[in-house]
Design a protein around this ligand. Structure first.
Ligand SMILES: Cc1cc2nc3c(=O)[nH]c(=O)nc-3n(C[C@H](O)[C@H](O)[C@H](O)COP(=O)(O)O)c2cc1C
Length: 181
């Protein structure tokens, strides 16, 4: 929760990049990235670095790496293994996704969103993902990392690969890595 560049400089540097080095992210950097994305910033009430409609906190962040698929558990600030195996190529339609070290996948769990209409859940889960994605953009700008948020994802195929339940919806993905030299 310390360090980082001043906010105005970070905003000046925020951008989408599509050329990534294959160099892995150190665990510490990945941990800080996930905390910035949607970690718990107020342990007294469990609220997070990004807002969410009705504080549903319905967005789960999955991380696909060369080693496997992981789920970020904000409560313990841990990465839980989901399964081993490299699914990065299936997280998007662009060629760089298979080579970048980390593919974040934002998944909304509609079962946490009350009994409202599906259309309302679609809007809120998209908005809530946007805040998380922007946190990732700002962290990357601060740390000199490259990133791009991506909607060009075969969501049905990815949901199948990830073995998601029908009420878990893939919203967007986001590539993170070091810039290609
Ligand atoms: C909801 C959303 C979906 C996007 N999907 C993709 C995508 O699938 N592939 C991609 O390369 N960029 C994608 N982008 C990134 C935009 O192309 C990028 O933000 C835009 O060109 C402006 O560039 P900038 O982020 O550098 O300002 C997406 C951005 C948003 C907000």
């Amino acid at each position: 929760m310390e360090g980082g560049k001043p906010l105005m400089q970070v905003l000046k540097d925020r951008k989408s990049s599509r050329a990534f080095s294959t160099k892995k992210l150190p665990e510490r950097v990945l941990g800080n990235l996930l905390w910035a994305a949607f970690g718990i910033n107020r342990p007294d009430n469990g609220h997070r670095t990004a807002p969410s409609a009705v504080n549903w906190q319905e967005i789960d962040i999955y991380a696909a790496t060369a080693d496997g698929l992981y789920l970020y558990e904000a409560k313990g600030h841990t990465l839980q293994p989901v399964f081993a195996g490299d699914i990065r190529a299936e997280t998007g339609k662009q060629p760089f996704v298979k080579d970048a070290p980390v593919e974040l996948i934002y998944v909304a769990d509609y079962s946490r969103m009350g009994k409202g209409a599906e259309e309302e859940k679609n809007v809120y889960s998209a908005a809530d993902t946007g805040f998380i994605s922007e946190n990732v953009y700002l962290f990357c700008a601060s740390e000199g990392l490259a990133t791009v948020v991506r909607g060009a994802v075969d969501k049905a195929a990815l949901a199948k690969t990830m073995k998601l339940r029908p009420d878990q919806k893939v919203i967007l993905a986001q590539t993170v890595g070091y810039p290609k030299e």
